[in-house]
Design a protein around this ligand. Sequence first.
Ligand SMILES: Cc1cc2nc3c(=O)[nH]c(=O)nc-3n(C[C@H](O)[C@H](O)[C@H](O)COP(=O)(O)O)c2cc1C
Length: 135
Amino acid sequence: MWQTISYVSTVDPSLNDGDMEKLFEFVKLKNNELKITGILMYSDGNFLQVLEGKKDIIDSLFNKIKQDSRHYNIIKIFDRAIVNPCFSKYHSNFTVVGESYDHSELQTFLREEKSFNPDNYKSISYLANKFMKLS
Ligand SMILES: Cc1cc2nc3c(=O)[nH]c(=O)nc-3n(C[C@H](O)[C@H](O)[C@H](O)COP(=O)(O)O)c2cc1C
């Protein structure tokens, strides 16, 4: 069983640049280890995240994320089963996009979603581009 969850949240204002870098590094490493794909974006004090992977792993991770004091106001955008195993050889690693990052990674993520996970693409592409002020 494969599952995808997406949410937006507000960053705890006490986090500094170093804390954010540490969080981004941790998330990338951990998600590649757990074979989770998706994206974590940060813009203007808010996070937007898409997680895709084995249902049990995604569910237990989201429970941890919900309780993490580094953010609050967590609002789920979707939580549903996906048909295609998303961590295929065609897929890239988990992507993190911050304000100072190269947005081409976001475009690569969206392109892959469009072909492998069209439902997610429909739900997320408009919001992701607005979120990063790309359209
Ligand atoms: C906005 C945000 C996104 C996060 N995303 C992930 C994630 O994708 N993967 C992950 O392992 N931890 C993520 N975390 C960290 C988890 O909340 C938690 O700290 C981490 O899973 C370590 O938990 P553990 O020490 O109990 O294993 C995120 C935290 C925040 C604040």
